[in-house]
Design a protein around this ligand. Structure first.
Ligand code: PGA
Length: 250
């Protein structure tokens, strides 16, 4: 049985007080969420410790949105995986398309970030996905396959067992355009097949999330697909009602 996860990526949104309000809103609706669905929230670095305090008696788990590719030292402005871990977070999102696109994160950097995450006991939520022009040129399998092979194929099976994969077509992120459930299922199955080439049966246990304009209205159809094990939610994770509405969609 694969773990079902609904994870909220808050991106660069909310001030601490707004974050607390959002968390309280989520907590007030927790009983609506099926008990086998794990909720993860990924607030900005600045309110991770505060958020951890707020969720401590709940089943909600905490994630950072990024971490540094170095352990410590003279890297002004960076936040290390050890610092993230010390806030109480247990996950870290790595390789989000916005990090790849705006901050030049490539597989080489992401391999180092992965290593930092594992050294500090953080579980990576590793994002992959093609851009619109790559989809139109029918290169999406090649692009996503490359993102998987260049990073996840370097892991040991023990490490891989602790990774959550998130497929997020860049053209669907924040655009209101969602991949159809068939398009999403097709590539999720491809990701699982690619992982099985390297890790065998373990691929069946890996949680693969869909992300990109996921909302309460389209989540049920997406989550009904065989290889879609939940969602990585951006915009809709900023409203407790929508976030919980998605989590109820299984
Ligand atoms: P979105 O973002 O739900 O706002 O499209 C998803 C993501 O980038 O993780």
């Amino acid at each position: 049985m694969r773990k079902k996860i609904v994870a909220g990526n808050w991106k660069m949104n909310t001030l601490p007080a707004e974050g607390i309000e959002l968390i309280n809103g989520i907590i007030s609706k927790l009983e609506e969420v099926p008990s086998d669905v794990q909720l993860i929230i990924a607030p900005p670095f600045t309110h991770l410790a505060l958020a951890n305090e707020q969720i401590k008696d709940t089943p909600i788990t905490l994630s950072a949105q990024n971490c540094a590719d170095q352990a410590k030292g003279a890297y002004t402005g960076e936040v290390s995986a050890a610092m993230v871990k010390a806030t109480g977070a247990s996950y870290v999102i790595l390789g989000h398309s916005e990090r790849r696109e705006y901050y030049g994160e490539n597989s080489e950097i992401l391999n180092r970030k992965m290593a930092q995450a594992f050294e500090n006991g953080l579980k990576p939520i590793y994002c992959v996905g093609e851009k619109l022009e790559e989809r139109e040129a029918e290169k999406h399998f090649e692009v996503v396959g490359g993102q998987i092979k260049e990073v996840l194929f370097n892991l040991t099976p023990e490490q891989m067992a602790n990774v959550v994969v998130a497929y997020e077509p860049v053209w669907a992120i924040g655009t209101g355009k969602t991949a159809t459930s068939d398009q999403a299922q097709e590539i999720h199955a491809f990701i699982r097949k690619t992982l099985s080439d390297k890790f065998g049966e373990l691929a069946q246990e890996i949680t693969i999330l869909y992300g990109g304009s996921c909302k309460p209205s389209n989540a049920p159809e997406l989550f009904a697909q065989e290889d879609i094990d939940g969602g990585l939610i951006g915009g809709a994770a900023l409203k407790a009602e929508d976030f919980i509405g998605i989590a109820k969609s299984y």
